[in-house]
Design a protein around this ligand. Structure first.
Ligand SMILES: [Zn+2]
Length: 467
């Protein structure tokens, strides 16, 4: 009799569990169906890219993007939509940059360059100097001041093509761009030229932010990126003739900080409204292209997550917010402001997911959280198999959600296929036609599915030690 009761209880639990699994499978199916048949992400991205364009912090386009996305969120029937003010830096590129190298007086070859974000201008009339090619910042010390002073330092270490994650290859190179000018100035360089962060050989220079650290204003030297083909040509020419001169001209300028906004919308939780889950991307972009992959895609996917929840009539237990962060590219002011306000209001953020790796085919997520939470998340992986999502790994999440990190929160980043991302990243060809509608929609559905599962099961509380 007792054995029979235990058996029945056991079967009952199994039954409940399999009913829950069936329910989860059905919910995911409904999310993907809705995204693929009735999705709004692609239309929103079309407007953001083609009607507004590149959205550098402090620009008119960034302001238009704030107004447009707020209006679209207002139309979704969320419980609340608001703007969160944040002061942002304002850097303006100025007139088109121009560069050439001179093999002998009067014999010049033009190469494509662009100013790096935050750089100072060249002197009026441009800057002309001899070059010294290096493979990285560590070479500066070996060369010393006598070989660098008065020259333009040319950083030419390429991204490592053997890395399967192109983000890893990017991380292995980006110090040249970010800190190259600050470091070269210490040795008396007059300017820096950085090989674009791009695995492909082409003619697009790729911008991106730099830092001068605490270099005094009078010692700041101009920094530009050169296209990968330009870098190869320049390097080959330098080998034949190390005394060639390089000329470049750029008129970029920093203006005083200006007010902008994070755009936020939320659905209030029905059971645990004080547990907040967020999905987001960054609303600002570089100015050369229209910022479709970086990060227009993440913006519209995050908006789509909330639309999918509403469209499928799903009532979340926890509060779910979309946050469109301003100024990820050259300041992270939006991400820092959001976390600062959350902390001052003692809000309890339990989950934050960012999409900022392009609008390509989703492969999975990377998670920054406790072991217990990662084990739970990992147990959901098989639910995603029908959608060819198979990569649930530990790793970084996203720059904008990073400031929310504490020991309890689950931080996550959508991980799309990365092979083509750096063909477009921060360049003139980061444009709408390079985003595939289905890939974008699959990413949004994948994000919404994770949000649904996390809302259903919640955070795993760390085991309490008794005694
Ligand atoms: Zn980005």
């Amino acid at each position: 009799m007792k054995k029979k009761a235990i058996l029945l209880l056991f079967l009952g639990v199994i039954g409940l569990l399999s009913a829950q699994i069936n329910k989860d499978q059905e919910q995911l199916r409904a999310i993907y169906d809705q995204a693929l048949t009735n999705g709004k992400a692609y239309d929103w991205l079309n407007y953001l890219s083609n009607q507004i364009g590149g959205r550098l912090s402090g620009s008119v386009q960034a302001q238009h993007a704030v107004e447009y996305t707020k209006k679209q969120l207002d139309s979704l029937g969320l419980d609340r939509v608001w703007l969160q003010p944040v002061m942002v830096p304002k850097w303006v590129r100025g007139t088109a940059e121009f560069a050439y190298f001179e093999t002998q007086p009067g014999l010049t070859t033009n190469v494509p360059i662009c100013a790096l974000g935050g750089s100072v201008a060249t002197p009026d009339g441009g800057l002309k100097a001899a070059l010294v090619e290096v493979q990285g910042i560590e070479d500066l010390e070996k060369l010393g001041k006598e070989k660098i002073e008065g020259k333009i330092v040319f950083y030419n270490r390429p991204m490592d093509p053997t890395q399967i994650s192109t983000f890893t290859a990017y991380s292995g190179c980006v110090d040249q761009r970010y800190a190259g000018a600050m470091e070269a100035a210490k040795y008396g360089a007059v300017g820096v030229l950085v090989r674009s962060m791009n695995l492909r050989l082409d003619d697009y220079p790729h911008t991106g932010s730099i830092s001068y650290g605490d270099t005094p204003a009078e010692n700041r030297i101009p920094a530009a990126a050169i296209s990968t083909k330009g870098a190869e040509l320049l390097s080959a020419t330098l080998k034949l003739n190390p005394s060639i001169k390089f000329y470049f001209h750029q008129t970029c300028k920093v203006f005083p900080d200006t007010e902008s906004y994070n755009v936020i919308g939320e659905i209030k939780g029905s059971e645990f409204p004080d547990e907040i889950m967020i999905v987001g991307g960054h609303l600002d972009s570089w100015d050369l292209g229209d910022g479709s992959h970086d990060d227009g895609a993440g913006v519209v996917q995050s908006m789509e997550v909330l639309r999918l929840i509403k469209a499928n009539g799903y009532k979340p237990k926890r509060t779910i917010r979309v946050v469109l962060f301003m100024n990820e590219e050259n300041g992270l002011r939006g991400g820092n402001k959001y976390a600062e306000v959350a902390k001052s209001k003692k809000e309890n953020h339990v989950f934050a997911l960012e999409s900022d790796a392009g609008g390509f085919t989703p492969r999975g997520f990377s998670f920054d959280c406790s072991d217990a939470n990662f084990n739970q998340v990992k147990s959901w992986e098989s639910l995603f198999e029908p959608y060819l999502i198979h990569m649930f790994v530990r790793g970084g999440s996203g720059a904008d959600v990073g400031p929310l990190k504490d020991e309890n929160i689950v931080l996550a980043g959508l991980r799309p296929d990365s092979q083509r991302y750096f063909d477009h990243h921060h360049a003139e060809n980061d444009t709408f036609e390079h985003v595939n509608k289905r890939e974008l929609e699959l990413g949004a559905a994948t994000m919404a599915s994770l949000v649904y599962l996390f809302d259903t099961y919640g955070t795993v509380k760390p085991a309490k030690i008794k005694g």
